[in-house]
Write a protein that binds this ligand. Sequence first.
Ligand SMILES: Nc1ncnc2c1ncn2[C@@H]1O[C@H](COP(=O)(O)OP(=O)(O)OP(=O)(O)O)[C@@H](O)[C@H]1O
Length: 312
Amino acid sequence: MIEVRQLTKRYGAKAAVDNLSFTVKPGRVTGFLGANGAGKSTTMRAILGLDRPSSGQALVNGKPYAAMRNPVHHVGALLDAGAVHGGRSAFNHLLCLATSNGIGGARVTRVLEQVGLAGVARKRVAGFSLGMKQRLGIAATLLGDPGVLMFDEPVNGLDPEGIRWIREFMRDLAAEGRTVLVSSHLMSEMALTADHVVIIGRGKLITEASMAELAERHQRGVLVRSPQAEALSAALVAAGAAATAAPDGSLSVTGMEAAAIGELAFARGVVLHEITPRTASLEEAYMELTDDTVEYRATRINARGETERSAA
Ligand SMILES: Nc1ncnc2c1ncn2[C@@H]1O[C@H](COP(=O)(O)OP(=O)(O)OP(=O)(O)O)[C@@H](O)[C@H]1O
């Protein structure tokens, strides 16, 4: 378990992390989301004792990182997969890390197998692709068989196969009962990987929720198709709901649940061809939640000549 409690980290006058509190529980993948500069890396560095908080604290299994006797057996983290000595073989790179933490060579062989690098264990890391380096970085986090794992933007720059591998690997680690915190700004990827999300903006907590809660909170009404759309629309409005007709003849209904719409249609003898509750995607929910908190924005003119704002 990771507990971040009223954590603040200032750089001069700027608070990179501002009174931030959240908990990361075991047995699920928690996505740590925020725009560039939101404070994700700073928070992770504080959890790992690499940055001293200005105030507040970050605890792993109830203790600050610095107070742990053998941290490698409690927490593994991959912050930058590129930070590897290219002249060494994958095996030797891991063996150096293992030996300095009192871990034997057998464990190195095991973690290389786990991440699918056993076949290139004796190859020099300098020749590794980004995806292979990422796997090697993940292997290093597993050396001490820790219960808590943290990955900073692990899928950045990877091809679809690499992204999929990382996603499944994270989910497996969580299924084994481990605590898995993954930072990302790729919403579509996080929607597939995370069970729970912590969203921050400008160093502050915006929301902490399960994916199901987020979908519930960001309902988009119910899509209804009927050959008697007009009659249904009138009945819905009379019953207190709002119904908007789309150009394709479907109705977008708010203010009434799908079950109640179905019952109303049945009572009025209205035929339904489709009734689909709509929820916002993680990306839509994220954009709604973070609209005011993005630090850097670009302005662009869309195809209709309208001005749009987007996060840079
Ligand atoms: N060592 C530092 N000195 C001064 N400012 C810093 C330092 N480290 C981070 N910051 C600032 O703190 C803020 C948060 O940075 P951080 O790297 O934690 O964000 P992030 O969410 O990880 O962003 P990204 O997705 O771009 O990595 C940024 O405005 C950044 O410029």
